[in-house]
Design a protein around this ligand. Sequence first.
Ligand SMILES: C[S@@+](CC[C@H](N)C(=O)[O-])C[C@H]1O[C@@H](n2cnc3c(N)ncnc32)[C@H](O)[C@@H]1O
Length: 407
Amino acid sequence: MSGRNEQQLFFEDPKILPEDKKGVFHWFPFHAAFSSRFVQSVIEYELTLNSNLTLFDQFLGSGTTAVVSKLLGVDFWGSDVNSFLVKLAQTKVITSLVKHQTTSILDEVCINYEPLPLNQTPEVEVMSDKAKCKLFGLKQTIENSNISEDQKKWLLTSLLLITREMVGEQRGTNPTWPKSYGGAEDKELIPLFREKALTLLQDIQTMAYQSSSVNITLADAKNLPYESDKFDLNITSPPYLSRIDYVINTLPEIILSQGASKEDIYQLRKEVMGGVVINKKGENNPDWGKECLKVLQNIQEHPSKSSANYYYWTYYDYFHDLWETLKETKRVLKKKGRAYWVVQTSYYKEIELDLPKIIIQMGSSLDMKGEIVREKEVKNHLGNLHPDQRRRVPNKVLRESVIKLIK
Ligand SMILES: C[S@@+](CC[C@H](N)C(=O)[O-])C[C@H]1O[C@@H](n2cnc3c(N)ncnc32)[C@H](O)[C@@H]1O
């Protein structure tokens, strides 16, 4: 049996199944998350080769890798550019909450809560004045309470996880793009908050965590706050080329989490990889490899409106960031360190974007040996929701691949 087939059998499917949606893994409906079973299978495989692993994930998202590392007792470092997701992941791995103390803290915060006067709230989008006064009022009550940092994280995350409901977010057929906000002005905050906080507390307390360390920070994957040659292992899933806007997908939560103004949101949308806001224009780089340059050329020459002057640059931007991220990944990995990346193919119009192949070629330019260790077809995906996409490539099938790169 070839190496690939052996590993294919060993590694679990990254796709989330209904039975995975429980406890801390089910706190937030994050469309882009991979399964804890997949992460566990990769770590367990790597532990057979090295029992003293250090692991990082630079696109941490909802924190799946952090939780599984802590369950398996592996030291972990994680980061993301989304402040809400960072807080969410940090809360999932808290081990210091003692039930009888924490429930009395919750009671006290609920009693002390007062809505903030409108003139003391920040200028933000998405929230009605009424919702804004309530949400920022409770946030301030929590922040001003005389409690531990972990207790604050638990309560702030509970508040963030009811924000969607409090601002009346509505979604249509696309699960990653909200349709509208509003109509929830009279919703009562405290009963919702109390229920959420108790659920989170129960979920955290049922986790059989080990004593390994977990370090989670806000950071850009292109510029990681770690010294070189630090890690044995990287397990991650970068944003795909499917133009999901992770900022818009978590807009109310980011706004509350950092009091983000319209301008802050715009800057963040430029910073995230794979978004729709163009950040930079420049020359493409031969080191990005043949497949990447071919795709860029095909997009530039595509006859449809906006291909050359808008879409080309969003893809250029993505490949630029992907290359910078790979360089940074190599820098922080130890020699012979391994990176497992979950990625999918996608389409621009009828042009196939073979992201797994592009990453392997970029890795090769960086002297990292790459191979696909698991692969499968994805039939139900966002690309099949759009009528224009269905017309261009009927019955489109994408591939999800797990790539392994070795430094
Ligand atoms: C596919 S998701 C990761 C999902 C994760 N594996 C999980 O299980 O939840 C990609 C993540 O990359 C983050 N991201 C996008 N651009 C980034 C950047 N420049 N630096 C760090 N994180 C970034 C997004 O906020 C998003 O959370």
